[in-house]
Design a protein around this ligand. Structure first.
Ligand code: BZD
Length: 840
């Protein structure tokens, strides 16, 4: 392989991270030969992709091992690693991002072209690893990339699901789920590490026993033991030489075949055992599924935190440190409560296996863990049925009980007579069937708790985590989410990135937090505005082409692209958007000559397979599309598109083409949102309620550059507590009544009055998310949007100012804040050791 020199240094004694296009060409050919084992004439597109990916990976592994060497030789006090524990990592396709971050796009393009291959076609070959549902998993991916960029030593620990989030197809307007076999063509980015494997216990019982030193200790006699094997994927930082690692665990049988069982004639039992073991990492669970207590998901959670913690302890001890200083080696961030069993597992490892006293183990555990909350929906707070947990993880439940006993003793000391408070704070919900409350475990076992936007943190303190806030106010922090500008601008919108570079010079992608604001100076510049609009137009034309090819709908790139892309959920209110479309449609029907700003409504997003209302909302969107798109009175002025299979790849196509970003969740329900950030970063203007990070986006981009509508969180709350009656709002608003009546009467369902009945009933009788109350304010605001869009110059100015205001929402800023407020980490790699070679 082409490599700098044996010791990884070039002739100047500096580290080398770039390769010339000739070297890359050679490397690709080598991989085609030695890795893919393909003679040139038989090489498929996938072979070329694999060979290219392997060539790029070589460079990343080189940087990674170098990072590791420097880490090991740096002063000990700097030996702190961030362990980001997350049941989901929604990484998106790797190749394009790695090329951007390593500065190799042009040399690889040239190398491939010399080999008769086209980089775009090779990029399109990659099947993205869909190992996440949405915002939470994608946030974990942005944070890994930023940690690599900022050279914070970091490992993302998770599960190597064999099947990620389902692929979505639309059949007759309905969502149909298809299995996501993302590994079918091989995965060139991961390194399997059979030597890094840990055993995890399930089931059985516990007993007291003497350990080898004669101490009395609890022993967990499991019913079953499963092995987790590490698969590592390097994550390149942006032009920094830094590399983070994503370590995902695959479950396997401890012995691949039980020969004893085989010999005893129990061949099938042996096979069954293997199948069961491998089932744990088989499939990602969709969120928003009704019903709790899925046995396999519980196993998944424990499986991956146990492997991860065993791995951390192994590494810590192998640095020659004592177990009591574990929290100096690792800052463990748990991404929502899914990994919160790690708190009890670390206690188990420290007490049962490393023989520490409880108090010492508890100090270490609390110092190590920090918890990020991602939801304000109280029904979404995770809890596990106690009997289920006790049967699957008997020792973990004992430890949770002991944590709870000690914790509640303290609480009783502080609030002696307050039984209700004690019941609310307890890790065990005893109001009916017994449950283990994972958020309570996370709050008690962590030294820091954070929300993901200012409003969210504020509401956490006031509502869902109020009792914990009263108890531990010093633990609470806000860290507003961020997204990486490398994937969400440089990679997905290269022409806009180029235009920004023409103003700001190179290097702004490393210091976006301050650099973007300089665009303000160009916002009124007519030439710049024209170039800005031209880039947007080109992105819209590109998206229109894909929409035509994939969905068969012709859309007008000159129309306003109005985009709502995110999971389908009632609180996100895609149906409010639909009510606006119907309202515009009715205006046209009343007066076909009405002055309507042409719009293309683009929806995308998956609904949880068991969430019927969300699936019905998809059917409503596609049904309205069928009517509106073909009505001759509309004459193409309105088009409605449901773009199937929303994932990172499709998002990178849609986001750069958006004019308007729909962030219309009811105030007080969206924790933060990150799509709002990606869209604004690409020059879309936001129509939004004062929810999640929308509030901060509006502050940063300027109130005059943001379309605000709807109730505030406190107003929404008091409307509901005052006895909200949606029917009054329906009866008092003629346009709204007409729209809802049409849905009910079958106008969009070929006269079928049953189809949307559950949706209409829900809106008229419950309307938990205040769609009807916010309707008029939303329509009025949309009219302002339509008017504003007609003034292209003004629109361009507003769009530029939006991008200029987005510096705060870089994940680099968020990671710096985590480092300062929570992890107390510093970057460890000496940047002078690296020379960025870039593309040649
Ligand atoms: O997390 C989302 C929130 O809804 C967003 O407001 C926020 O911006 C992002 C990132 O902080 N939450 C999720 O995406 N949650 C899940 O995907 C999820 C997954 C499994 C189980 C429960 C929820």
């Amino acid at each position: 392989m082409a490599r700098a020199t044996k010791n990884g240094c070039n002739n100047h004694g500096t580290m080398r991270t770039g390769q010339s296009s000739v070297e890359i060409q050679q490397s690709i050919l080598n991989h085609l030969h030695y890795t893919q084992a393909k003679p040139l004439p038989f090489a498929t597109r996938n072979d070329w992709y694999m060979a290219t990916a392997h060539s790029v990976r070589d460079q990343m592994l080189h940087n990674w091992l170098t990072t590791f060497d420097i880490f090991m030789s740096s002063p000990r006090e700097k030996h702190k690693i961030v362990s980001y524990l997350s049941s989901e990592f929604l990484m998106g396709p790797h190749l394009g991002n790695n090329l951007v971050n390593l500065g190799l796009s042009e040399s690889v393009r040239k190398a491939l072209s010399a080999l008769g291959q086209d980089l775009e076609a090779i990029l399109a070959q990659e099947v993205e690893p869909g190992l996440g549902n949405g915002g939470l998993g994608r946030l974990a991916a942005c944070y890994l990339e930023s940690m690599a960029t900022l050279r914070v030593p970091a490992v993302g620990f998770g599960i190597r699901y064999e099947f990620g989030i389902f692929d979505q197809e639309i059949h007759n307007g309905w969502q149909v789920e298809k299995g996501d076999n993302w590994l079918k063509n091989g995965n060139p980015w991961e390194v399997r590490r059979p030597d890094i494997a840990y055993e995890v216990k399930f089931g059985g019982h516990t007993e007291f026993a003497h350990d080898p030193e004669g101490r009395l200790a609890v022993r967990w006699i499991p019913e079953k033991v499963i092995k987790g094997v590490a698969y590592d994927t390097p994550v390149a930082g942006y032009r920094s030489g830094g590399v983070a690692v994503l370590r995902l665990w695959k479950s396997e049988a401890v012995a691949s075949f039980d020969f004893q069982a085989f010999n005893a004639g129990e061949y099938y039992k042996a096979v069954d055992d293997k199948v069961l073991s491998e089932t744990i990492s088989k499939v990602l669970y969709p969120n928003d599924e009704p019903g709790i207590g899925k046995f396999l998901r519980l196993c998944q959670q424990y499986f991956f935190v146990s492997c991860s913690l065993q791995d951390m302890i192994w590494f810590h001890l192998s640095l020659g440190r004592g177990i009591e200083s574990f929290s100096e080696s690792f800052a463990i961030q748990i991404n929502d409560t899914h990994p919160s069993m790690g708190i009890a597992e670390l206690m188990r490892l420290l007490v049962d296996e490393h023989h520490l006293e409880w108090d010492e183990a508890w100090r270490i555990t609390r110092e190590s863990f920090a918890y990020t909350n991602h939801t304000l929906l109280s029904e979404a707070l995770e809890k596990w049925p106690l009997p289920l947990m006790a049967s699957v993880l008997p020792r973990i439940v004992e430890i949770i009980f002991e944590i709870n006993r000690r914790f509640l003793d303290e609480v009783r000391g502080l609030f002696p007579e307050d039984d209700q408070r004690i019941a609310r704070l307890s890790l065990i919900d005893e109001t009916g069937e017994k449950y283990v409350r994972m958020a309570n475990l996370a709050c008690v076992g962590s030294h820091a708790i954070n929300g993901v936007a200012a409003l969210h943190t504020d509401l956490l303190k006031k509502t869902v985590l109020h009792d914990f806030y009263e108890l531990f106010p010093e633990k609470f922090h806000n860290i507003t989410n961020g997204v990486t500008p490398r994937r969400w601008l440089a990679l997905s919108n290269p022409e806009l990135a180029k235009l920004i570079s023409s103003k700001l010079g190179e290097g702004w992608l490393s210091s976006i937090e301050t650099a973007l604001a300089w665009l303000q100076g160009a916002a009124k510049n007519t030439t710049f505005q024209q170039k800005w609009l031209k880039v947007k137009q080109a992105n819209k034309i590109a998206l229109a082409k894909v929409i035509r090819e994939r969905i068969g709908i012709e859309v007008d790139p000159a129309s306003l692209f109005d985009v709502q892309v995110k999971r389908i959920h009632e609180y996100k209110r895609q149906h409010l958007n639909v009510l606006h479309i119907i309202t515009l449609y009715n205006r046209i029907k009343r007066d076909p000559t009405a002055d309507i700003t042409p719009r293309t409504f683009i929806f995308a997003g998956k609904a949880a397979p068991g969430y019927h209302m969300a699936k019905l909302i998809i059917k409503l969107i596609t049904s309205v599309a069928d009517v509106v798109n073909t009505d001759p009175d509309v004459a193409g002025r309105l088009k409605v598109v449901f773009f199937p299979d929303f994932n990172v790849t499709n998002s990178q196509l849609i986001v750069p083409a958006a004019d308007l970003s729909e962030q219309i969740s009811v105030a007080g329900k969206e924790a933060s949102g990150t799509g709002n950030m990606k869209l604004a970063l690409n020059g879309a203007l936001t129509i939004g309620a004062l929810d999640g990070a929308n509030i901060e986006i509006r502050e940063e981009v300027g109130k005059e550059n943001f379309f605000l509508f709807g109730l505030e969180a406190a107003e929404a709350q008091s409307l509901k507590s005052g006895g909200y009656n949606p029917r009054c709002w329906y009866e008092g608003n003629e346009q709204l009544r007409q729209a809802i009546d049409q849905i009910d009467a079958g106008t969009f369902s070929n006269g079928d009055r049953q189809l949307f009945r559950p949706l209409v009933d829900n809106l008229l009788n419950r309307d938990e998310y205040l769609v009807l109350a916010d309707y008029q304010s939303y329509i009025d605001c949309q009219d302002l949007v339509s008017a504003a869009y007609c003034d292209k110059k003004k629109w361009a100015e507003m769009s530029i100012l939006n991008v200029a205001g987005m510096g705060k929402f870089s994940s680099d800023r968020a990671i710096r804040e985590y480092g300062e407020k929570i992890w107390k980490t510093t970057a460890i790699i000496d940047p002078t050791k690296y020379v960025y070679a870039g593309s040649k």
